[in-house]
Ligand binder design. Structure first.
Ligand code: DOR
Ligand code: ZN
Length: 357
């Protein structure tokens, strides 16, 4: 006699950090996020970046057109901060419900970050505006100083830039995105209610060895780069702790296979297709499945001042192998090739296609 499969019902989660891209690739990747999540904070690092209300509205329409009709997915847009962005434009977009948050990329920190902020002092009026209107600042927390070792860039950013920033703007709501270090986790855990962090599935599963396992493995290269094992364990402890300062943000960042497997491969891991299954596995391994719903579906909306989703999803305890490659149709109907996170691996949980059953 076979045992009935285990089932786990939770409120539909949201993804508080995702890259949906644009153009033909948007059509290929957005459905994966819309299938798993009700809402997503969409990163603005397009080329050119999303810096105006008009650009964000147009992008939001392109996203809506790229997800299946009637799927109920809501994209939440962000403004890309530059040295010269006008605070009045940000405030107008926030009041109009177009911008949910602002994204701070230190200039040159990552993909399409060349137009990012070169010096925090240059955006003081923007930060004062965000503080006044209660609009969250989402931070890519890495220094770009070439003299700082790449594995230390997050911890140095926290000490050199984030701590002083929070002292100067004590009412600012800040999300330190995709944290990768014990230092960042400690800083956020003790930082008070205006400070939170997102944690990706990949930083919970892999440490830096994954990039070099038997050769150079570009599919595990992302920014901030995965760190030592002790940091991964600290992130697992933070994510599963029940501390509302830590919530789900996949940082799913698709690049076509040929752009990853290149002499100068792009940073980013495409984890959207199996994201909730990936997190569920971590929470199960940590003996904390009962805390998955709060991390995935409650603490994010609480920080952003939004209601949690009423709809529910079901995860079924049915092991399945993630495909080695995905061939997804782009806007022109051409198949694009992407390698999903967990390619070729077994995952313990499967998102039920029937919704809450
Ligand atoms: O790995 C990453 N990929 N990290 C980022 O910060 C940006 C992202 C992208 O857009 O490709
Ligand atoms: Zn990102």
């Amino acid at each position: 006699m076979s045992n009935p499969a285990q089932r786990l019902s939770l409120r539909r989660p949201d993804d508080w950090h995702v890259h949906l891209r644009d153009g033909a690739v948007l059509q290929a990747v957005a459905p994966a996020t819309a299938r798993q999540f009700a809402r997503a904070i969409v990163m603005p690092n397009l080329s050119p970046p999303v810096t105006t209300v008009a650009a964000a509205e147009a992008y939001r329409e392109r996203i809506r057109a790229a997800v299946p009709a009637g799927c109920g997915f809501t994209p939440l847009l962000t403004a890309y901060l530059t040295d010269t962005i006008d605070p009045a434009e940000i405030e107008r977009g926030f009041n109009a419900g177009v911008f949910t948050a602002c994204k701070l990329y230190p200039a040159h920190a990552t993909t399409n970050a060349a137009a990012g902020v070169s010096d925090l002092a240059r955006i003081t009026p923007v930060l004062e505006t965000l503080e006044r209107i209660g609009m969250p600042l989402l931070v890519h927390g890495e220094v770009t100083d070439a003299a700082i070792d790449i594995f230390d860039r997050e911890a140095v950013f926290v000490e050199r830039h984030l701590a002083p920033l929070l002292r100067r703007h004590s009412a600012l709501k800040v999300v330190l995105e995709h944290i990768t270090t014990a230092e960042a986790a400690d800083f956020v855990a003790t930082g008070g209610p205006n400070l939170a962090a997102t944690i990706t599935p990949h930083h919970l599963h892999i440490n830096r060895n994954a990039m070099f396992q038997g050769g150079l493995r570009p599919d595990f290269y992302c920014l901030p780069v995965a760190k030592r094992e002790r940091h991964r364990l600290a992130l697992r402890a933070a994510a599963t702790s029940g501390d509302p300062s830590f919530f789900l943000g996949t940082d799913s960042a698709p690049h076509l296979r040929h752009a990853k497997e290149a002499a100068c491969g792009c940073a980013g891991i495409f984890n959207a297709p199996y994201a909730i299954e990936s997190y569920a596995q971590v929470f199960e391994e940590e003996g904390a499945l009962e805390r998955l719903e709060a991390f995935a579906s409650l603490y994010g909306p609480r920080f952003y001042g939004l209601p949690p989703n009423e709809e529910r999803i079901t995860l079924v305890g049915e092991a399945h192998t993630v495909p080695a490659r995905l061939h997804l149709n782009d806007a022109a109907g051409e198949a694009v090739e992407l390698v999903p996170f967990h390619a070729g691996e077994l995952l313990r949980w499967r998102l039920s296609p029937e919704g809450d059953v």
